[in-house]
Design a protein around this ligand. Structure first.
Ligand code: PLP
Length: 314
């Protein structure tokens, strides 16, 4: 099925703006632009809204009344899934890993304000959580839909194939596109979307977790291409990965904190220490290593994360 034919609910405000970052560009000696996916129009904004437009359309089509998802205690994805499910009249239930700040701060506070059913499970394995969703769903006796961690399956990744198409329609050419990679759907969607709609644009995924993204990225790209009926080869030349995790997932790194401060000081924009700060630190590193030519245009995808900014030590 073609991308424009996939069922999609309207949750956000699209297209999101693209802005030039003049002070950052001067500092890094390359033209840096930002794609404002922190302004997607619901919750505090963020990348998960694009994925949820496809995932929750599928949930609706399948008659779901209850929507489950998971993540860490401060998952932006879980918070946005709850906000979007509520807006569509479905009941969200979040079964979260007991990692990160579980107190009523950051995304936990936002979930409290929305009155969401949040449960914690003391496990390191998402398989336990998906099994618990089935147990709870069957006990409720209502039709339910399970969204994986980060919304990162092939269907969710279409949200970022669509984002690449959107960028292509905004009238500028970018030599490089840079995003955070946490569960993989954003990077996979953008990399596939760039192959389809943005010739000459190289996509860089800045890894902020330690999962095997060299396998996850091409697998999601292939699965999303298959959904779209695109008969294309995906090879290592189609995506560029860089390890920016530092001391660990959701633990701030010195480079990430410096990047958050640089963006705040020079542009009045706030990044978060878990995803976008580390991703922007990757952009800074590439610039300082001379990976860009001076007249290159670089687009940084600001994927949101405001909710977590108030619940992580920096
Ligand atoms: C989830 C998230 C990401 C990473 O996107 P994935 O598709 O999970 O790789 C980046 N930034 C923010 C703010 C996020 O919440």
């Amino acid at each position: 099925m073609k991308l424009c034919d996939f069922p999609r609910v309207s949750l956000g405000l699209f297209p999101t703006p693209i802005q030039k970052l003049n002070n950052i560009s001067r500092e890094l000696r390359v033209n840096v632009w930002v794609k404002r996916d922190d302004l997607t129009g619901i919750g505090l904004g963020g990348n998960k809204v694009r994925k949820l437009e496809y995932l929750l359309a599928d949930a609706k089509a399948k008659g779901a009344e209850v929507v489950f998802t998971t993540g860490g205690a401060q998952s932006n994805h879980a918070m946005l899934t709850a906000a979007c499910a509520l807006k569509l009249g479905m009941t969200p239930i979040l079964i979260l890993k007991k990692r990160g700040v579980t107190a009523r701060q950051g995304n936990q506070l936002l979930e409290h304000l929305m009155g969401v059913d949040v449960r914690f499970m003391d496990t390191e394995d998402y398989a336990d959580i998906y099994a618990e969703m089935d147990r709870v769903g069957q006990a409720l006796g209502r039709p339910y839909y399970k969204i994986p961690c980060g919304g990162s399956n092939a269907l969710g990744s279409l949200g970022y194939v669509e984002c690449a198409r959107e960028i292509g329609g905004q009238g500028m050419h970018f030599d490089h596109l840079i995003c955070a990679e946490g569960s993989g759907g954003t990077m996979a969607g953008l990399a596939l979307g760039a192959k389809l709609y943005l010739p000459g644009t190289r996509v860089h995924g800045m890894m902020v977790d330690t999962d095997p993204f060299d396998q996850i990225t091409p697998r999601l790209m292939r699965e999303a291409a298959e959904l779209l009926g695109e008969d294309i080869e995906i090879g290592p030349e189609d995506y560029i990965l860089r390890d920016m995790c530092g001391p660990g997932y959701a633990i701030s790194s010195p480079e990430g904190t410096a990047a958050v401060q640089m963006m705040a000081k020079l542009e009045g924009l706030f990044l978060d220490p878990v995803y976008t700060g580390k991703a922007f630190a990757g952009l800074i590193a590439l610039a300082r290593e001379g990976a860009f030519r001076p007249d290159d245009s670089v687009l940084f995808v600001h994927t949101g994360g405001a909710g977590g900014l108030f619940a992580v030590e920096m």
